[in-house]
Design a protein around this ligand. Structure first.
Ligand code: AMP
Length: 398
């Protein structure tokens, strides 16, 4: 059981940092509340114990101080709904006398939602004085904001230092995120296969290098495969290719060989005459991409080869689509890989999916509940797998 689950919050004022940075439409309706729902069990446990909560989050990227478009007020009614009518109050400033008074007045089981912490530039600067003012509002610090754990901001990291070790801890979401990521990176059952897709090699270099120390197979798909193919001497036509990263791609191929890691680059592609769903298409081997066409999905041979490797794996990490899955004519590769990950999971493998676009794909194909864990943290998850220490995690553990 985690420290959080064992702790009795009765009578405590608990400062909980969540990541409620949810998308809104132009009328301020929440279009995806996944991040809010993910933090509800943490809030419920504290309230049910007899504690009260001071809730902190950032929301959007306000540039110059308070801005009504980025007020956490937009989250208030949905939060009340998610908490089944529990009393949720709002403080129009995250520090200062009003917040202090409101926090003091909180009754058992009540929640106080603070205004956006990013209305102060001190938040992103990790300012110690600002962190101290936030910390003064409560007796216990709970960090449940995995989505922001890669930031050394005042409320995500610095303020933890104002609480002794026994009253600073991860919430249930953060605990699950960290435990599952560590299980994959540090305690994987083998074979461990990492599936990396998406647009650019340059975004994924560090994660590829770090995974050389942990994975048995690294599958490369999506736009970034063409940089590897070009580096190996193939013509890639009009496909996405980072020509300044060709040497690097060859270095990664050589490193994989030296480390005994099986680096799989697709054998074939579905190529298109233009970047559009109604383009002319055909499936070709990757040594025969026509000059005027671009690869927008992996082909059938690659699907078969990748699926076989995935189905024989015991641990799977998936980040990034295999093609332009947003367009129906180029989603077959991503969908087939999703099916293979689901099949492996049903067969006992542990599968962790993370990063905005792979989570979007998992949702599009309705498979999220057939995977072992779907991470809520895009940037934080990437940085974790790059081997970096996350400031939000380190500050609680130090
Ligand atoms: P990333 O944010 O780097 O994970 O990239 C995700 C994006 O890469 C998605 O929007 C995909 O449409 C895009 N993508 C995947 N495969 C390709 C490809 N072969 N060519 C161009 N874009 C791609």
């Amino acid at each position: 059981m985690s420290e959080f689950e064992q702790y009795n919050f009765a009578g405590k004022k608990v400062l909980v940092r969540v990541d409620f940075n949810v998308p809104l439409d132009k009328d301020f309706n929440i279009t995806d509340d996944t991040r809010m729902r993910a933090a509800i069990p943490t809030i419920e446990k504290i309230c049910n114990d007899g504690g009260s909560i001071i809730l902190m989050t950032h929301f959007g990227r306000p540039k110059d101080g308070p801005n009504p478009d980025f007020s956490t007020k937009h989250l208030l009614f949905h939060l009340i709904k998610l908490l089944n009518g529990r009393t949720v109050k709002f403080a129009s400033d995250c520090i200062g006398q009003e917040a202090i008074d409101d926090a003091k007045k909180l009754e058992v089981g009540e929640v106080l939602l603070l205004e956006n912490v990013r209305f102060y530039k001190e938040e992103e600067k990790g300012d110690a004085e600002f962190a101290k003012k936030l910390a003064a509002l409560g007796d216990v610090y709970v960090n449940d904001a995995f989505g922001t754990a890669h930031r050394a901001h005042a409320s995500t990291s610095v303020m933890a230092h104002y609480f002794p070790q026994d009253v600073r801890m991860f919430g249930l979401l953060m605990n699950a995120e960290v435990a599952n990521a560590e299980k994959v990176l540090k305690n994987a059952e083998h074979p461990f296969t990492a599936i990396l897709g998406g647009a650019k090699v340059s975004d994924k270099i560090m994660i590829i290098e770090n995974l050389f120390n942990a994975a048995n197979n690294i599958i490369i798909g999506g736009g970034m495969a063409y940089t590897f193919l070009r580096a190996q001497g193939h013509a890639v036509g009009a496909s996405l290719c980072e020509y300044d990263k060709l040497d690097l791609a060859n270095e990664l191929i050589a490193k994989a060989k030296a480390k005994g890691v099986n680096l799989l680059i697709p054998m074939d592609s579905k190529v298109a005459s233009k970047f559009a769903n109604d383009a002319e298409t055909k499936v070709v081997d990757n040594y025969a991409i026509p000059e005027d066409m671009m690869g927008l999905d992996i082909g059938e041979k690659a699907i078969a080869q990748f699926s076989e490797v995935i189905k024989n794996s015991k641990t799977i990490l998936w980040n990034g689509p295999m093609g332009v899955f947003e367009m129906s004519n180029f989603e077959a590769g991503t969908k087939a890989i999703a099916d293979a990950v689901v099949a492996a999971t049903a067969n006992g493998a542990f599968s962790l999916v993370g990063g905005g676009d792979s989570v979007a794909a998992a949702n599009k194909y309705n498979i999220a509940d057939k995977l072992s864990y779907v991470s809520t943290g895009g940037g934080a998850m990437l940085e974790f797998f790059e081997g970096k220490e996350l400031p939000g995690v380190a500050a609680v553990r130090e």
